[in-house]
Design a protein around this ligand. Structure first.
Ligand code: ADP
Ligand code: MG
Length: 695
């Protein structure tokens, strides 16, 4: 292997490469454009494109693509080669500035939630120069935003970039009041990614995995995760080989892959990168998921990114570690050591507390998906109720501030923000509660409700926007105040008083918390279908339109897309179940019944008094179960047929959640009783035991 330092970023047109390959004035102008977030001048773009192409060709690239993130949740690309014909029948390699900055994919087949009719389906992609171009599969990939010609966002990057601008603007207003010399503020994210690896041959034998990414049938294996012997366990050679290659591929793409380990469930693993600026973290996380799947395939493995591939053992999530940092290198969620730093921290902390409380619904919606519904609230992931963990020390400090009493009985004097130094609270005690959906971990917040397959854009659009909104409200008050310190004290006190209900340091998995949360008036939106409608609630439309993150039309379109997507996923799952039931499990059971019956008959032919208890009892039992399963199959079929008749997305969603999903559960329950009764040689698909202990 090449040295890591040489490998790292070798496929990225990053700052070093730009400085090396671009004329000095072009480089300076490009950096300036990036800094100001302006669009690229065409003559400048031509020079950049030319250098980019030469660099890419040197690295073996033959094509380029505008790489974007439509509402499918995955990335999209359409490859064009660099070739351009010459008069003498040859080709030269060309790439223009126009091709770099703007693309026009035929957008008619991407989800748009009714934003555009197909006859006016043209969308365009525009380079996000803050995210470096890179080479993947001999193709130069240009990270782009995807919009319609009338300017509506059709992707996940555009609103994310908008939300970063908004929080930048509002945070700078606050920082100015603290006499900071920062000129730009960015949010940062480190997404920890969980996944499963199973043998690819076994994967290919399971239609549910192939079509749906999760198992729809499967009796539990004799062994699950109860021995807790997988978490941080020794990494097996085949997995280790996969992880090594994955690291290398990610490093080449400039992705800061840092930590890898085995997770709780058998065959489950995690990869965590070092955090980066949010839009880059989002791009990198999409790439990480893609590369994981590809590298797994090379190793004869299948990488499962679904939130709940297997029933009865943990599913997979993605922890979104989030903070706010200035261009002067200050982490605004770091408590700091001086009264001055403390005051600033407490204000930003208050903004986050208020934001999370007022926009619980949006945070919940941002992680809602059919797959994640199987995890949230299932004692392996945070509950569907949003609350914040701050740790006992910080909570006590806030309580002392609110009540105007001393924090620590031993220390005389009241805590006055901006005057007294906050008592030290050990960082590692802030990260012990794994049941909280939104935990303060010393210098950042860890949003733990994300499903493993989710694009991190949505949750971060929400986080950036809601915190920006609160910062704006704070800045409005503080800028007008005659006595800044008094106003600051008052504001923090008031915020704690009004929003402390969102703070909960106890066990988020407990039933008692559910009851307590209800008493506190916190939302408990249990499923995607319950959560989604809050996205278009008037207060949330007001928020997003005010900050120009989404237009109202964009919000309605996104709502439709998400609800339709939920229905489509359940539709596919139901059809897959029906196919597996009718073409695989029932015929297998029937065949085994036949074998048993023949055996019994043959035995009886030899000896009339022979004991056939095993055969006859099993035949009876299996026959009863099969009859039951057949009936459940018919019920599911009918539910699906009914679901198909709905035209309203919301009504359809409710029907899928209430009726189709439970018909699926009923079918599975019988099927999983049949599976363990069938002789191994007659089993139609690999079992949980086969899959989970296959690598
Ligand atoms: P763990 O949660 O396993 O204890 P760490 O706390 O070290 O691990 O970090 C988890 C993730 O948080 C990593 O991806 C790390 O890069 C990220 N992280 C650390 N600091 C920040 C920050 N200021 N902003 C965003 N993410 C951060
Ligand atoms: Mg973590």
């Amino acid at each position: 292997m090449q040295k890591v330092t040489e490998l790292f970023g070798s496929m990225v047109f990053n700052d070093t490469v730009m400085r090396e390959k671009l004329p000095k004035n072009t480089y300076t102008a490009l950096k300036q454009t990036i800094k100001e977030g302006k669009s690229l001048d065409i003559s400048l773009a031509n020079v950049v494109a030319h250098a980019m192409k030469d660099w890419a060709i040197e690295k073996g690239a033959t094509h380029f693509t505008h790489w974007f993130q439509p509402m499918t949740g995955i990335t999209a690309e359409k490859h064009d080669s660099f070739i351009s014909p010459t008069d003498d029948g040859r080709v030269i390699m060309e790439f223009s500035g126009k091709e770099l900055v703007k693309g026009e994919p035929d957008a008619s087949s991407f989800p748009n939630g009714g934003l555009r009719a197909t006859f006016e389906a043209r969308g365009y992609t525009a380079w996000d120069p803050t995210s470096y171009a890179f080479i993947k599969d001999n193709t130069l990939c240009i990270p782009t935003a995807f919009c319609s010609y009338s300017g509506e966002a059709l992707d996940k990057k555009t609103p994310l970039l908008r939300s970063m601008e908004v929080i930048n603007e509002q945070a700078l207003r606050i920082l100015k009041l603290f006499n900071s010399d920062a000129t730009s503020v960015k949010t940062t994210v480190g997404p920890e990614q969980e996944y499963f690896l199973i043998d690819r041959d076994l994967y290919n034998q399971r239609k549910d995995l192939v079509f749906c990414g999760r198992t729809l049938f499967g009796a539990p294996a004799p062994k699950g995760q109860e021995l807790e012997d997988h978490y941080f366990g020794v990494i097996k050679p085949r997995v280790s080989a996969f992880m090594k290659e994955l690291d290398e591929e990610l490093w080449k793409l400039g992705i800061l892959a840092k930590t890898k380990h085995n997770e709780v469930a058998p065959s489950q693993h995690e990869l965590a990168p070092i955090f980066s600026t949010t839009n880059i973290a989002a791009d990198h996380n999409q790439l990480t998921m893609e590369v994981m799947k590809k590298v797994a395939k090379k190793h004869g493995l299948a990488c499962l990114l679904h939130e709940k591939p297997f029933d009865g053992i943990n599913g997979s999530g993605k922890h979104n570690n989030w903070s706010i940092t200035t261009n002067t290198g200050v982490n605004l969620l770091e408590p700091g050591k001086s009264p001055y730093e403390n005051a600033q921290f407490l204000l930003f902390l208050s903004a986050v507390i208020k934001a999370v409380d007022e926009y619980q619904d949006l945070l919940r919606v941002s992680v809602a998906s059919a797959g994640n519904d199987h995890r949230l609230g299932a004692n392996e992931a945070p509950p569907a109720i949003i609350s914040m963990f701050l740790g006992d020390e910080l909570t006590e400090i806030l309580e002392a501030i609110e009540s105007g009493t001393a924090y620590d009985g031993k220390k005389a004097g009241l805590m006055e923000i901006g005057v007294h130094v906050l008592p030290d609270f050990p960082k590692d005690t802030t990260d012990r509660n794994r049941t909280s959906p939104f935990a303060f971990t010393g210098n950042k917040f860890e949003f733990r409700m994300l499903g493993s397959a989710l694009s991190i854009s949505g949750p971060n659009i929400v986080l950036n926007t809601i915190v920006a909104e609160e910062l704006e409200q704070f800045a409005d008050v503080l800028e007008k105040a005659d006595d800044f310190h008094a106003a600051l004290n008052e504001l923090v006190k008031k915020t704690i008083k009004e929003h402390k209900r969102i703070i909960f340091n106890g066990d988020g998995y407990s039933k008692a918390w559910e009851a307590e949360a209800e008493k506190r008036g916190l939302l408990n939106l249990k499923t995607t279908v319950d959560a989604l409608p809050t996205f278009i609630a008037p207060k949330n439309v007001a928020l997003f339109t005010k900050h120009k993150i989404f237009t109202e039309a964009e919000m309605h379109s996104r709502y439709e897309i998400l609800m339709e997507n939920y229905c489509k996923i359940l539709h596919i799952e139901a059809l897959t179940m029906l196919e597996m039931a009718k073409q695989e499990l029932l015929p297998a059971a029937s065949k085994y019944i036949n074998v048993l019956s023949n055996t019994a008959n043959a035995k009886k032919a030899l000896c009339a008094t022979v004991n056939c208890t095993f055969e006859s009892e099993l035949v009876c039992k299996l026959s009863d179960l099969c009859a039951d399963m057949y009936q459940k199959t018919t019920a599911l079929e009918e539910a699906v047929k009914k679901a198909e008749t709905y035209s309203d997305a919301t009504e359809m969603g409710v029907f899928y959640k209430d009726t189709v999903l439970s018909a699926m559960a009923d079918l599975r329950a019988v099927a999983d009783q049949i599976e363990p009764l069938i002789a191994r040689e007659h089993l139609p698909y690999p079992t949980y035991g086969d899959m989970l202990f296959s690598v």
